[in-house]
Design a protein around this ligand. Structure first.
Ligand code: IPE
Ligand code: IPE
Ligand code: MG
Length: 248
């Protein structure tokens, strides 16, 4: 079903935990690598859908810092897929004005991977369309610790430690917080994704495995987001009944 979305209530930033590639492959008797391959195709479609919907930032969890614990062979499949996809998609990024950037602990990436992502980041830095923020070798706790270390190294005194000064040192410093976080595959957890930034995010969990996640379901998630009341701890003044009506 085609969804009618309210343009004025579009999430600026959507973050996606692309989970379930391995299970998708296993169900079909295929190697896990096939699930990851299919996952890359899904990402292309969802990026396109996000762009069409007018979303400003699409963040995707591609590889967590804990994923380094996986077998070496699977890690190399994922890194190779990423490198190949970036080389292939650079032209499209330029044509579609996509800005690409990576968040995460780069020190753990191989020099080859780092070289390719840095080249694509540099080339797309001036693009003013949607930003594709890719979390790679990323852990929310690791990101906060790295930010605290930077703050300490700057010699900041206690007064200078504020939510703003810490936010400014996170990998996501130039991005708004995610309005909506989608997780596929039925798991209902963050798995160390955007811990600081998700303080007031809305969540959409679906049992759909990432290789089966479609543009239609992505729009469904935005539709559901638009039906939520985001109060940020305050009282919703648009509510119909007066919550604290004065007594006669
Ligand atoms: C998500 O799919 C992709 C990565 C974590 C790299 P998984 O590989 O976690 O797939 P499942 O969860 O085992 O099905
Ligand atoms: C989270 O998925 C990381 C990515 C999707 C890249 P995992 O499959 O690694 O998470 P857990 O282990 O189920 O929490
Ligand atoms: Mg998983």
């Amino acid at each position: 079903m085609e969804r009618i979305l309210k343009e004025q209530n579009m999430p600026k930033h959507i973050a996606v935990i692309m989970d379930g590639n391995g299970r998708w492959a296993k169900m079909r008797g295929l190697p896990r690598s096939e699930g990851h391959k299919r996952g890359v195709e899904r990402l292309r479609e969802i990026l396109e859908a996000a762009k069409e919907a007018g979303v400003e930032v699409l963040s995707v969890y591609a590889f967590s810092i804990e994923n380094w614990m996986r077998p070496e062979q699977e890690i190399s499949v994922i890194m190779n897929l990423l490198e190949t996809a970036l080389k292939k998609d650079l032209l499209t990024f330029m044509k579609e004005k996509v800005r690409f950037k990576v968040i995460g602990n780069r020190q753990r990436l191989s020099p080859e991977t780092r070289g390719i992502i840095e080249a694509v980041e540099e080339q797309t830095a001036g693009n003013n369309g949607i930003t594709l923020q890719c979390a790679l070798s990323y852990g929310g706790r690791d990101e906060v610790i790295r930010a605290v270390k930077k703050l300490m190294a700057s010699g900041a005194d206690q007064e200078a430690v504020t939510e703003e000064s810490l936010s400014a040192l996170l990998d996501t410093s130039d991005m708004p917080d995610p309005d909506l976080i989608i997780r596929t595959s039925g798991e209902q957890r963050l798995s160390n994704f955007l811990l600081w930034q998700s303080a007031y995010s809305e969540f959409y969990f679906t049992s759909t495995l990432w290789p089966d996640f479609t543009k239609e379901e992505f729009l469904e998630a935005i539709h559901e987001y638009q039906s939520r009341s985001r109060r940020f701890g305050a009282v919703d003044t648009s509510e119909e009944y007066p919550a604290f009506a004065e007594r006669p």
